[in-house]
Each structure stands twice: as structure tokens, then as C-alpha cells.
Design a protein around this ligand. Structure first.
Ligand code: FES
Ligand SMILES: [Fe+2]
Length: 432
């Protein structure tokens, strides 16, 4: 049974106008998922990768935009390109490798061959069986309509009329700079680790954008003393909604904290070589971004729709949808490009231990996301509203930082997430 058969034809029945509830059918309905492919993954700026993953002329990376396989290349002139990874002859998936270096891509079905800029270079039998009548200039790979970068991250958008990436990120960029622009050398991505979870992509993404509430309970084994405290707002932490759809949570440490106090408050124990490195970076970050932003410790976040992050452990993830009830997690470790190798290795290990496929936190989260997705397909349970009212009407603003703020915990960001979903799916304007 799908949305039409069950009578859920009216978009207003999916999400409350103020975002205070959602209907679980949105996590399980195949018809809605088909619309999402078109109206969300077909129109949003999606994270494709990082410039560091294309280090040389001829470097390539196979990635995804929604369920579309996309080939990212650095062509022979150094320009980054993105094309559908589908041969123009029969549609065979042209590149079968995850990444590498090569000047040309030869299709394994009949041998049509493309240059790194997407142009069709060779058609076997062009003279003998095509009689020189095929116009190769017309049969290059299909380019992704829009491609742009933000401080090393590469984004693509299938919609030629989409707003600029800068406008799309809006105030989220002010926060992203804290992890992307704190050092002159920039960043790079390590990984990815990839695994599948039997969960709807929204269940996963909304957790990244705003769910501090679960931390003490779902991860109770990691925080034996935190459970009750998570329901007590943390004085120096806030949930932040830079715009509906984007969300993050952060610690705001006082300006008068010393770097040493800041470091011990931000995460706790670092091995000496990492600690010393972070102290050096701290000074550079203060110079580049100012003390206020140097004292913001990002915890978790999400750029609409499926770019998740857990910056407190350097984890960036693309939540790749694989049908209505499955995602493939692509988890990267974000590190400063000029950091010593042993510092990068420590962060990679920490990221994997916490939010890798066998990570101590990821295991708890994955089983919860799968359980929510499973119950959302029950013929009765999917018809009953789920509550998202935490903190509604108590949002605040600050003249020091952009965005609307909620306490930690608050569901301000989940409400924004589902209002954005309604807006993109149905051009529907709720009250953020
Ligand atoms: S499908 Fe690629 S050459 Fe035929
Ligand atoms: Fe979690």
C-alpha cells in the first residue's frame, strides 16, 4: 500500500505547519521516495567529494547524487568536471572503479571511449560501420548541470536553475568555516568507509542535524554518567538552525578560556602529539577566524539534504539513499592537509572507533534508525503522528552568531528539516 492507496494525498497530513509533528508514512512510502528523487535529490546541492580526492590531472572519483552514479574527474587542463556515469550508447555504467587516475574511460560493453572532460573520443567502427555519420561532439557524457566548490568541498546540482551554492549554504557557511578554514593549508578527506543501514535517509539525516536528546540514552554505555544530564540543558551548548533544512549543534566556550582549558573542555583526552598539534592550530585559527569562532566546537550537523557530520570526531558523511528503506553511509575523516601523518592517523582511528561501521556510537545509532524505519511501515503505526514539539516557541536569536537557537536539547533543527522537506516536495510554506 502506498500514499495514494492509504489516503495520504494531502501534503498537509505529512508534517504539521509548525513542524511539531510528522507522520511516519514519510519514512516508508515508495511513492514519496520517488518524488524525493526528483524534487530533493534532483534539485539540491549535493556533496560529491573534496578537491583533495582529485590530486592530479586525470584523477577520477565515482560517487552518487541520490541514486545516480556520477563520475567526478580532473581533466587534462586541471578543471574539475562531473558527469553522469553512463555511456551514451546503451547506458552501461562507464566507470566501474571507485577512484584512480587515467586519461580516458573506455566502456566495457562496446568500447566507446571518453576523455576526462566528458567528450566522446573514440567510437569503434566509426568509419567502417558508422560510415563517419556519427557526430561525436553530440554524444559526450551528460554533465551535471551545476558544479561548485566551497573551501575544498565539491558540490553538484542537477537543477540548472538552482540558486548559487553560496546562497544555498547561507549562514551554514559561517559555521562550516570552523572546520574547513581554520588553517591556511586547508583540509583533506581520508576514506571513505562505507556500509549499509536498513533505514530511510531522513531518519538518519535528522539525527545528524539536531538530535542531542538521544545521546545520554541511546549511547548510555559510552556515557554512564550522562543519561539524566542530557535532559538538563548544557549552559554553553546550543542547537543552531542557520536556515530551515540545515542544522548543527555546538559548544560555545567563553572567550576568556585558555587554549588548554578549551581543549580539555572540547573533547577530553588527546595523546601528547595530537594535543600539541591542536594547540598550534588554535593560534592559527584565532588569527584566521577570530577568537569567537575559534572557541566554537562543532558537535554534529547536517547540510540539507544528506551531508551529515560529526565534527567533534572529524567525521563527515554522505548519506546515500538506496531505496526508501536503505542508506549507504560514506564516512570520511576530515583532517588538516598539513597536519603531521601521525596526527591524521590518530584522527582517522578516532573517527572509525566512534562513527565507523563498527563504531561504538554508530552501532547504537544504526540499530535505532533501522527500528524507526521498520515501525514506520506498519499499516497502523504509520498513520499516527510522531512528536517534534521539544522547545517549540522558545527559539532565540543572538546578535553574536547567525541562525536561530534552541537549547541542547531541542528539536528546532528537526522541525526545520521536515519543513524544508515539505517545501522542496510540495512548494509548501510552513512556519519555521
Ligand atoms: S554501452 Fe557503452 S559502448 Fe555500448
Ligand atoms: Fe548517536
Amino acid at each position: 500500500m502506498n500514499s495514494q492507496q492509504s489516503g495520504f494525498l494531502d501534503p498537509e497530513r505529512y508534517v504539521a505547519r509548525d513542524g511539531s509533528w510528522v507522520m511516519p508514512i514519510i519514512f516508508s512510502d515508495p511513492g514519496l521516495y520517488e518524488i524525493e528523487k526528483e524534487r530533493i535529490f534532483g534539485r539540491s546541492w549535493l556533496l560529491l567529494g573534496h578537491e583533495s580526492q582529485l590530486p592530479r590531472l586525470g584523477s577520477f572519483l565515482r560517487t552518487w547524487m541520490g541514486e545516480e552514479s556520477v563520475l567526478l574527474t580532473r581533466d587534462r587542463n586541471g578543471k574539475i568536471r562531473a558527469h553522469l556515469n553512463a555511456c551514451r550508447h546503451r547506458g552501461y555504467q562507464l566507470c566501474q572503479e571507485d577512484c584512480g587516475t587515467g586519461q580516458r574511460f573506455q566502456c566495457r560493453y562496446h568500447g566507446w571511449t571518453y576523455d576526462g572532460d566528458g567528450s566522446l573520443a573514440v567510437v569503434p567502427g566509426e568509419e567502417s560501420i558508422y560510415y563517419h555519420e556519427i557526430d561525436k561532439r553530440k554524444w559526450g557524457l551528460v554533465p551535471v548541470a551545476r558544479l561548485d566548490t566551497y573551501k575544498g568541498l565539491i558540490f553538484g546540482n542537477f537543477d540548472p536553475d538552482a540558486c548559487s551554492l553560496k546562497a544555498y549554504l547561507g549562514d551554514m557557511a559561517w559555521y562550516l568555516d570552523i572546520i574547513l578554514d581554520r588553517c591556511a593549508g586547508g583540509t583533506e578527506l581520508l576514506g571513505p568507509q562505507r556500509w549499509r543501514i536498513a533505514a530511510n535517509w531522513k531518519v538518519v539525516a535528522e539525527n545528524h542535524c539536531g538530535d542531542e536528546y538521544h545521546v545520554g540514552f541511546a549511547h548510555g554505555s559510552m556515557f554512564p554518567n550522562l543519561g539524566a544530564n542530557r535532559a538538563t540543558p548544557i549552559p554553553y551548548a546550543r542547537e543552531i538552525r542557520p536556515a530551515i533544512g540545515h542544522g548543527l549543534g555546538a559548544n560555545f566556550f567563553p572567550d576568556d578560556m585558555t587554549p588548554q582549558q578549551w581543549l580539555s573542555a572540547s573533547l577530553g583526552k588527546y595523546p601528547p602529539h595530537v594535543y600539541q598539534y591542536l594547540l598550534r592550530v588554535y593560534d592559527e585559527t584565532v588569527r584566521r577566524l577570530g577568537k569567537q569562532r575559534a572557541h566554537i566546537g562543532l558537535i554534529h550537523g547536517e547540510v540539507w539534504p544528506n551531508f551529515g557530520m560529526v565534527p567533534i570526531v572529524n567525521s563527515l558523511r554522505i548519506i546515500q539513499p538506496r531505496g526508501v528503506n536503505e542508506v549507504e553511509m560514506w564516512s570520511y575523516c576530515l583532517v588538516d592537509r598539513d597536519a603531521p601523518a601521525e596526527v591524521k592517523a590518530w584522527f582517522a582511528g578516532q573517527s572509525a572507533r566512534t562513527f565507523g561501521p563498527a563504531g561504538s556510537f554508530e552501532q547504537d545509532d544504526a540499530s535505532n534508525w533501522a527500528a524507526v524505519t521498520r515501525s514506520s511501515s506498519g499499516i497502523e503505526s504509520r498513520k499516527h503522528r510522531l512528536n517534534l514539539q521539544m522547545g517549540i516557541g522558545h527559539e532565540e536569536r543572538s546578535d553574536r552568531i547567525p541562525g536561530e537557537l534552541g537549547l541542547t536539547a531541542s528539536e528546532i533543527n528537526q522541525r526545520g528539516f521536515y519543513l524544508r522537506w515539505m517545501h522542496d516536495m510540495f512548494r509548501w510554506k510552513g512556519a519555521p
